[in-house]
Design a protein around this ligand. Structure first.
Ligand code: SF4
Length: 375
C-alpha cells in the first residue's frame, strides 16, 4: 500500500485506528479542537492527539445545544460526540480560538461522558510581549493537569523527543509541498489534504515514516491527468476530500493552500529553548495565525500573497464555513489583493453538506473564465 493510500485508509477508518493504537500501546487518546492545542505536550505525556472532525452528514442532534447560526464544522463536530462516535476518548482539549467551536467544547464537556478535559486560555493579543509568558503559564497548567490524570510525569526529555518528532513531521510535509511548485505535479490537492489530515489523526512516528516513503516516491510519481489551472485554497476548516476531488476533476489542481488542514497547521516549527514550555508557547503565539486569533490581517495577508507567488498560483478559491465570521472578514481584503495581481478569485460558502450541482456549475464557469485570462 502506498503512503497516499495509507493516508486515505486512515481518514476512512480514523476511529478504528485510534482504538487499535490504544489497544496496542495501552496509551490514552485525547481529542483536540482547533490547531492551537500543543500536540507536542499531549504526545510527550504518552497520549495520541486526535483532531475532532465531522462527517459532513445532515444531523439534528445538536439543535438543542448549539444555535443554528453556529458554523457547520462546529455543529458537525459536536454531533460526533453526542452520537458516541468518539466514545474511546480519554480526554478532550481546546485552546481559546473562536466562539463557535467554543460552543462545541463546552457542550461536549457538559453532555458527553469524558474522563478528562482541559481548556487552554490562548491570549487574545498575540502581539503583546505578555502573550508568550501568559500561554507558557497555561501550558504548565495543562502539563500538571495531564500528569495528575495519567499519573505520569512529563520530563524535559519527553518534551524534547516530542518537539523533535513534530518538527520533523512539519519539515517533511513542507518538503512534500515543495513538489507542488513543479509544472509536472506528482501529487494532487486532495492527496496533499489527506496527508495533512492524517497527520492530525495518527501517531507522529508512524506518520513520519509514511512521509519518508512518500518523499522517496514523489520524484518518479506521474499523475495520469492534466494539471489544468494552478489553484490556491484559502479559508476555514476544510477536510472535505470529496469536494476537493470534485474540484480537481473539473480541470484544475490545488497546488497550495492556507487553512488549518493545510499549510497553516505545520508551517512553523518549535525553536528549541532551555525552557521547553516557553518554546512551545512561543511557537503557538508566533505561528501562522488563524484569523480567529489574529486581528492583524497584514501578518497573514503578506504570507498568503508570498505563497501564492512561490507556488505560481493562477486562481484562488476563497471559501468559508457558513457563519464563519473570522474567515468571512478576510475575504474582501484577500480578493482585492489578488485582483491587484490579476489572479481571479471564486468565493464559496460551505454548509454541512455540499450542493455539488450548484458548486460544479460555478466552478466550471470560474475555471473557464480564469483559463481565458491565464492561458
Ligand atoms: S474559525 Fe470558522 S470554521 Fe473554525 S470553528 Fe470558528 S467559525 Fe468554525
Amino acid at each position: 500500500m502506498s503512503a497516499i493510500e495509507k493516508f486515505e485508509e486512515i481518514l476512512e477508518n480514523r476511529h478504528q485506528y485510534a482504538k487499535d493504537w490504544k489497544q496496542r500501546t495501552g496509551g490514552k487518546v485525547t481529542g483536540w479542537l482547533c490547531t492551537y492545542v500543543p500536540v507536542e505536550l499531549l504526545y510527550a505525556a504518552g497520549m495520541l492527539p486526535v483532531r475532532i472532525l465531522g462527517t459532513h452528514e445532515v444531523q439534528d442532534v445538536t439543535d438543542r445545544y448549539l444555535f443554528p447560526t453556529v458554523c457547520p464544522f462546529s455543529r458537525d463536530a459536536l454531533a460526533q460526540g453526542l452520537k458516541g462516535r468518539y466514545d474511546y476518548l480519554d480526554g478532550l482539549t481546546m485552546s481559546r480560538t473562536c466562539s463557535h467551536v467554543q460552543g462545541t467544547f463546552d457542550n461536549w464537556r457538559n453532555y458527553v461522558p469524558i474522563p478528562f478535559s482541559h481548556y487552554i486560555w490562548l491570549p487574545c493579543h498575540r502581539e503583546s510581549p505578555r502573550a508568550v509568558p501568559c500561554l507558557r503559564g497555561e501550558l504548565l497548567d495543562l502539563k500538571q493537569a495531564i500528569e495528575k490524570f495519567t499519573g505520569v510525569t512529563v520530563s524535559d526529555e519527553d518534551l524534547d523527543k516530542a518537539i523533535e518528532l513534530y518538527n520533523t513531521n512539519r519539515r517533511l510535509m513542507r518538503q512534500v509541498y515543495e513538489f507542488r511548485k513543479s509544472d509536472d505535479l506528482p501529487i494532487t490537492g486532495a492527496e496533499a489534504m489527506e496527508m495533512v489530515v492524517a497527520s492530525q489523526l495518527m501517531d507522529v512516528v508512524e506518520h513520519n515514516k509514511l512521509l519518508e516513503d512518500l518523499l522517496a516516491e514523489l520524484p518518479n510519481r506521474k499523475l495520469d491527468r492534466e494539471a489544468g489551472l494552478r489553484l490556491m485554497m484559502i479559508g476555514s476548516e476544510m477536510d472535505d476530500i470529496v469536494f476537493v476531488r470534485m474540484l480537481e476533476e473539473l480541470g484544475c489542481t490545488v497546488v497550495i493552500d492556507e487553512h488549518c488542514t493545510g499549510s497553516r497547521y505545520f508551517w512553523d516549527d518549535v525553536i528549541p529553548e532551555e525552557d521547553r514550555l516557553g518554546a512551545i508557547a512561543r511557537r503557538y503565539i508566533t505561528r501562522w495565525p488563524c484569523p480567529a486569533v489574529s486581528s492583524e490581517f497584514n501578518d497573514r495577508g503578506d504570507r498568503i500573497m508570498q505563497h501564492a507567488k512561490d507556488w505560481d498560483t493562477q486562481g484562488v478559491l476563497l471559501y468559508q464555513q457558513k457563519f464563519c465570521d473570522p474567515h468571512e472578514f478576510d475575504i474582501p481584503s484577500l480578493a482585492q489583493n489578488f485582483k491587484e495581481l490579476d489572479i481571479p478569485t471564486l468565493v464559496l460558502e460551505f454548509d454541512v453538506t455540499i450542493p455539488f450541482g450548484q458548486f460544479r456549475t460555478r466552478i466550471e464557469a470560474f475555471l473557464e473564465m480564469a483559463e481565458l485570462e491565464v492561458f
